[in-house]
Design a protein. Structure first.
Lengths: 407, 534, 414
């Protein structure tokens, strides 16, 4: 465990505030709580001997660190402890698979229609559950026919205007390229030229699954790719709020990459897209020519969005759209926590965690819910039956932008 | 007045005394052990827990070094589960004499202390917080030893051999039969009654208090200088190996990882009264600064607790009284038949925890000689009783156990992972109402929150078990709060102050313990006043 | 898009100031390093409990106190504001039904059975007032380790209250030995079957004429309803008794405030540390906040500093004895000359009274009494001159100072 993270346990005064907010220990007795798994157990751990398997039930949602009034890096301790545990016990194939969305995407994409169809077939899903351990009802996303990168390479960017870099993440690239296309359209509408460098996974799912060496390789490869732009003074904008947080902070802290200069400059230039757009609004550089969107929608801020500690810029932006009413839900977590909710032994826990959110979305009667993270959207849509969109989709519609086509 | 008749009365339940009573009982004598308070409340319970390899003495005191390494091996064998095999490092910091290292290696080699030089990079890999500017590093078989576990294992062993162990039995007077000591009259603090213990032989193992007891026996002038030393525990282990400065022994030159904390020690100043060991701000500062030499940033880490112990330094007429460090720390055996014409009494004092078994053997050998019997010691051969006598203690053991029991047992002290089952077991086994006694073995209240959460729970449980009535429970709770405060007050700043404030909120703001009626701890509990509905 | 006011600190004082400002129509951003101490309090509102004798009437005791201790925050705040603030709080917490007044303290049982004076308590607790010498049955849960009914009842009985005790087996997680209060509360919210089972078990034990004291876990989201339903089912009055954190009653208050802030379009950022400020000509332009990637200035016209005292790190005692205010480095008053701490754990601690000295508008002043920044206002536990837990005055100070700061800012921004 890195010294900084471990020594933060000294700030713990056992106040239990983290436990009061942990959605997972509230949902299952298998997880004894963040205070137990983090600052408490860490005093009993020696590097290489991890006696507490229960830490595997921590989802690394990060809520505990956010609410801790004393600055204990609780979720970070848990994540590192889990990695140590996995290193000792071995990493099962299932986790290796789930942790590599870009690899999965690349493998499945050539056979996308077949892959998508078969992932919907119950017998296949039951077999997957039995062999690999991915729950039969887990909201596996549909893989797109073509990557977002493919579209981006063919996209004719406008000449002139200040440049901004777009970090699309695996979610947009393999599963929701439309999100990427909308992001580019929005940024161009604001007068920017969007650069989409070659890029791969940020390593977050590998980190969450405790596979640190591979996670570091992915993170650093991404950092090498983005660093020249950061050094040139360009901002890097992310539509996946969890991947954005990985670049901003999590990889540096949890993977012990504070000394990497490329990652440092990249993280200092990384913005969540709503954060960035709100900053442009403050600079008077955001067009506000919104058409009315007469609808009322619930908004759930994902755990990792709250981890950015920037407030909820999506709400500030959507407040500009005439006739659009957004209800800020006071929900904690959707329960998917990246890949956690996909796993056979954790699916039910994830369901219980997200239950209130799904219910509120259903009961709202809205046709859409709004959420900044793709895995959360898949989870919410799957369990509530209501479509879930990124906040930028509403802005996109309110600007009246057509879906761009490659020329 | 109760009367007990026995063969050997051992006075003093520290390491020496329990080692003695075990040896005595194993040699077939009927024995009784008494202490004025709980066992291990004296010096043994207040040291940092270091099981010496002997490296510390390899240059300065080769005799001690040899004894230490021999006993190190013996204790690892017989008291395995009381010992954590942390290993030890001697490192040359910029503040140390660089020439000492070679003398150190030579000394270890001469005295049989296994020593191996390792690369500085390797030492830093093992201990990432170690001062990166060290120039040399040596590995020795230091370890850490849980004093109370060891003491109670010896007591249990003695009991298995038929001995009786009586804590809270202070000696009121020594019985005389002409020019022989014939036992003692003690007060049973629990009942308030006197207990007369007749014995053929009495062994004074009261450590820093040995002079006082000898006085009481009519053998004045046994001079034992209490050498006060303070120790500070950090909130979590900063090192997992015992780390020593590679230089002549001095103050604050050791950091010992023991259970969940690491302890820096110690200072050295002679005092008059072993019961009065004030802790000064200067001493605290001195220890924190000393910690910085070995682990940079030590002084700004969260400090959990500070306490003081009194080394028993038997005064040799040849050395000056002012510097206690030079006074021999080897054991001192006083045969009062020779010295004072008083038969049936020997005093054994001085020494260090690492060599307690050997001290006890020497004392009991002397007793046997005086009694004219030949019975040899087997204490080095037999493993002490315990739950896991074959393995060493490892830091994660409580956590591993909790993982197995987390659904079946409540966690009362969360910081130190003490479950309700263990607490109830300890209460039953000790038959005690005193929270302080229980906490020593279990470590209840000894973690970061210093009892903020668990004191209330433990008090409630003691009350439930009918060991305390309401007023006594209130008094016990307050006494425990005060006892915890004593050890944190001198090191309150930063994080630890925040903890203390939260604890203050809990005890005063929320529970309002100041305003419940007091009673006597130790008195027989009155029937619970409120009716319990089943 | 700048807010009118940035409030630093998410405890009772910060939340009060923020909500009061929102009610005035101000745009407010709350920046908090974590969730505040509401989750640790017992849920009662303490105005003045001991001086050091037990206070029967906070109104007269406060008046006396400010005469004897002009450096106490109440000297700045005053009885009238306190009263108004309590009314405001009662309204803000709506159906929790806070009751009581400055005229008389309630005497509620603490978790050890002490008789604890407090000014306001929610309806679910107020029935525990011991002044009318009720006959009580104290009931705990086997799996809840933070509540000991026999011990509590024993102490009450020796103080002249007729008390019995019992342990209930009903549990939200049957088979689990260790279940915390929050899990009980969540189950009572969600599971009608559990409420029924609990009520049945309890009803079988309660005697006629008794009221029942339970640990304060009777619901979180549906708090007053859960309490009322249980009362109806067992046919006897029920009162909650607060115990060790996590404090469910404290969390109820927090939820009400948080919901009201959301409704009023205030923005709360939890997990963001205020690390400094941009200043200009005796004013603060912006508070600088560390987020996940960078330090960001939050500009506003006025700022409320409610970061708490030593417990939360709003005030920090360094090794070596220096006391610092951790966000803006404001001068700290009342640091003791001699030892910061007393030898007795329960004695008055000299360091307790250290904090920020303020003017009548609660703006921090330096040693000469000069305002340091003309648009910064301080509230809550960071104010100098009080010993909130010994006196039982913390909540009164927090709420009244939060209101005062908000009102002063309101005047300024006109």
């Amino acid at each position: 465990m890195t010294i900084e993270i471990r020594s933060s346990l000294d700030h713990c005064v056992k106040c239990t505030i983290c436990e009061s907010h942990c959605p997972f220990s509230a949902a299952t007795p298998l997880f004894p709580g963040p205070k137990y798994a983090g600052p408490q157990s860490e005093r009993f751990r020696l590097a290489g001997r991890s006696p507490d398997d229960s830490v595997d039930y921590c989802s690394s949602c990060g809520i505990c660190t956010q609410v801790c009034p004393q600055g204990v890096k609780i979720a970070e301790i848990n994540t590192q402890a889990r990695a140590a545990l996995k290193e000792e016990r071995g990493i099962r194939l299932r986790d290796q698979l789930l942790a590599r969305p870009s690899l999965n995407g690349r493998l499945a994409m050539p056979v996308a229609p077949l892959a998508n169809l078969s992932f919907r077939l119950p017998p296949l899903r039951v077999a997957m559950e039995r062999t690999v351990g991915i729950h039969r009802d887990a909201p596996l996303p549909q893989v797109a026919k073509r990557t977002f990168q493919h579209w981006a390479r063919r996209h004719r960017a406008p000449l002139g205007g200040p440049a901004v870099v777009y970090f699309h993440g695996c979610g947009a690239n393999y599963y929701e390229p439309r999100t990427g296309r909308m992001a580019v359209a929005l940024l161009e509408h604001a007068g920017y030229r969007v650069i989409v460098p070659p890029q791969d996974c940020c390593g977050l799912p590998l980190q969450s699954n405790g596979i640190f060496p591979a996670a570091r390789r992915y993170t650093l490869r991404l950092a090498r790719s983005l660093a020249p732009y950061a050094r040139a003074g360009l901002d890097i904008v992310a539509t996946s709020t969890s991947c954005g947080l990985m670049l901003k902070r999590e990889a540096r802290e949890i993977l012990d990459l504070e000394d990497d200069e490329d990652l440092r400059v990249v993280s200092e230039r990384t913005y969540d897209i709503c954060e960035w757009l709100r900053d442009r609004l403050d600079d008077d550089r955001l067009p506000t020519d919104f058409r009315p969107l007469p609808m009322r929608v619930p908004y759930h801020a994902p755990c990792q969005q709250r981890g950015h500690a920037i407030g909820k810029p999506a709400l500030d932006l959507l407040a500009l759209v005439p006739e659009l009413e957004v209800d800020e839900l006071d929900t904690a977590c959707c329960g998917v926590a990246g890949t956690y909710g996909f796993k056979r032994e954790k699916y039910d826990i994830g369901m219980r965690v997200g239950d209130r959110l799904f219910r509120l979305v259903r009961e709202s009667g809205a046709r859409l819910s709004v959420c900044d993270s793709e895995t959360c959207r898949w989870q919410i849509a799957h369990h509530s039956g209501v479509r879930s969109v990124h906040p930028i989709e509403l802005l996109y519609r309110a600007y009246g932008l057509d879906e761009p086509r490659p020329r | 007045m109760t009367r007990i008749s026995t063969e050997v009365l051992v006075i003093g339940g520290g390491a020496t005394g329990v080692g003695v009573v075990r040896d005595v009982a194993m040699r077939g004598f009927d024995a009784v052990l008494v202490d004025r308070v709980d066992f291990g409340e004296g010096t043994t319970g207040r040291y940092h827990g270091l099981l010496h390899s002997g490296g510390r003495y390899a240059v300065k005191d080769p005799v001690s070094a040899r004894e230490c390494i021999a006993e190190n091996a013996v204790l690892r064998r017989i008291a395995g589960e009381c010992i954590e095999d942390t290993g030890g490092l001697f490192v040359t910091t910029p503040a140390d004499d660089p020439d000492y290292a070679d003398r150190f290696v030579q000394g270890c080699s001469d005295t049989g202390v296994p020593v191996e030089e390792i690369a500085v990079a390797e030492a830093l890999r093992r201990e990432p917080l170690l001062n990166p500017r060290i120039s040399r590093a040596f590995v020795v078989p230091d370890a850490s030893m849980d004093a109370w576990k060891t003491i109670w294992a010896c007591v249990r062993s003695a009991q298995e051999y038929g001995a009786r162990a009586l804590p809270y039995h202070p000696v009121m007077r020594i019985l005389r039969d002409g020019d022989r000591v014939a036992g003692a009259v003690c007060r049973d603090e629990r009942t308030g009654e006197d207990v007369e213990i007749e014995s053929r032989f009495t062994i004074n193992a009261t450590g820093a208090w040995a002079g006082r007891l000898a006085d009481l026996a009519g053998a004045p002038g046994v001079t034992v200088v209490p050498g006060k030393g303070i120790m500070i525990a950090t909130n979590h282990r900063l090192v997992n190996t015992v780390v020593n400065r590679c230089d002549m022994p001095g103050d604050g030159d050791i950091i010992v990882p023991i259970r969940t904390v690491s302890v820096i020690g110690t200072t050295d100043s002679p005092v008059d009264d072993p019961d009065d060991l004030p802790i000064t701000a200067d001493e605290v500062r001195e220890m924190l600064d000393a910690g910085d030499e070995l682990v940079p940033g030590f002084s700004s880490a969260r400090q959990l607790r500070v306490w003081a112990g009194a080394r028993p330094l038997f005064k040799d007429d040849k050395a000056a009284a002012a510097d206690t460090r030079d006074i021999s720390r080897g054991l001192a055996l006083v045969d009062h038949a020779e010295r004072d014409g008083l038969g049936g009494l020997i005093t054994i004092t001085g020494g260090k925890a690492t060599t307690f078994r050997l001290m006890a053997e020497v004392a009991v050998d002397a007793m046997c000689e005086q009694l004219g019997v030949e019975r040899r010691s087997r204490t080095a051969e037999e493993v002490l009783p315990g739950e896991n006598p074959d393995g060493h203690y490892w830091l994660g053991s409580r956590l591993a156990r909790r993982e197995r029991t987390m659904h079946d047992d409540q966690l009362i002290c969360e910081c130190e992972l003490v479950s309700r089952g263990r607490l109830e077991e300890a209460i039953a086994r000790r038959g005690t109402q005193n929270l302080d006694d229980i906490r020593r073995v279990l470590r209840l209240g000894m973690g970061p929150c210093q009892g903020g959460f668990c004191i209330y729970r433990a008090t409630g449980i003691l009350h439930d078990e009918r060991r305390l009535d309401g007023p006594a429970a209130n008094a016990a709770l307050r006494a425990f709060v005060q006892e915890r405060w004593k050890g944190v007050q001198p090191i309150l700043f930063g994080d630890q102050l925040r903890q203390a404030r939260l604890d203050e909120w809990i005890f005063q703001g929320l529970l309002d313990i100041e305003h419940v009626a007091d009673g006597e701890v130790g008195a027989e509990p009155e029937p619970v006043a409120a009716k319990e509905v089943v | 898009m700048s807010p009118d006011v940035v409030v630093v600190g998410g405890g009772l004082a910060g939340l009060t100031a923020a909500l009061r400002l929102v009610q005035d129509g101000r745009r407010v951003v709350v920046v908090a390093k974590g969730v505040g101490a509401t989750h640790l309090t017992g849920g009662t509102i303490d105005v003045l409990g001991y001086t050091p004798d037990r206070v029967d009437s906070p109104r007269s005791a406060v008046s006396e106190l400010v005469g004897a201790r002009p450096d106490h925050p109440y000297a700045r705040l005053g009885v009238e504001l306190l009263e108004r603030s309590l009314d405001w709080f009662t309204e803000a917490t709506g159906t929790l039904g806070y009751t009581g007044s400055m005229d008389e303290n309630l005497l509620l049982p603490s978790a050890v059975g002490a008789q604890r004076p407090t000014a306001l308590a929610p309806a679910s607790m107020a029935g525990g007032d011991l002044r009318p010498s009720p006959r009580v049955l104290i009931a705990g849960f086997r799996a809840l380790k933070d509540f000991y009914p026999a011990y509590l009842a024993d102490n009450l009985t020796r103080a002249g209250i007729e008390a019995r005790s019992t342990l209930l087996a009903a549990s939200p997680r049957p088979g689990e030995a260790d279940v915390n209060g929050l899990i009980y509360a969540a189950a009572l919210d969600a599971d009608g079957g559990f409420r029924r089972r609990l009520a049945e078990e309890l009803a079988a034990r309660v005697e006629s004429g008794e009221s029942v004291g339970l640990p304060a876990v009777l619901g979180l989201e549906k708090a007053p309803e859960v309490w009322r339903e249980l009362q109806d089912r067992i046919g006897a009055p029920i009162f909650e008794i607060p115990t060790l954190p996590p404090s469910v009653p404290g969390m109820r208050v927090h939820r009400r405030f948080a919901a009201a802030l959301r409704k009023g379009a205030a923005r709360s950022i939890v997990g963001a540390v205020a690390v400094g400020a941009e200043t200009r000509n005796g004013s603060i332009d912006a508070v600088v906040v560390q987020d996940a990637a960078r330090k960001r200035p939050y500009r506003a016209r006025a700022f409320v500093l409610a970061t708490g005292g030593f417990a939360s790190g709003g005030l920090d005692l360094e090794l070596g004895g220096n006391v610092r205010e951790s966000v803006l480095g404001l001068p700290v008053a009342g640091t003791p000359d001699g030892s910061a701490f007393a030898a007795g754990a329960l004695d008055p601690q000299p360091l307790s009274r250290a904090g920020l000295a303020v003017d009548d508008e609660l703006r921090p002043v330096d040693a000469d009494g000069k305002v340091v920044y003309d648009n910064v206002y301080a509230a809550g536990a960071m104010l100098a001159g009080a010993e909130p837990w010994r006196e039982k005055s913390g909540d009164g100070i927090s709420i009244a100072s939060g209101i005062r700061a908000a009102e002063a800012i309101g005047e300024r921004l006109q």
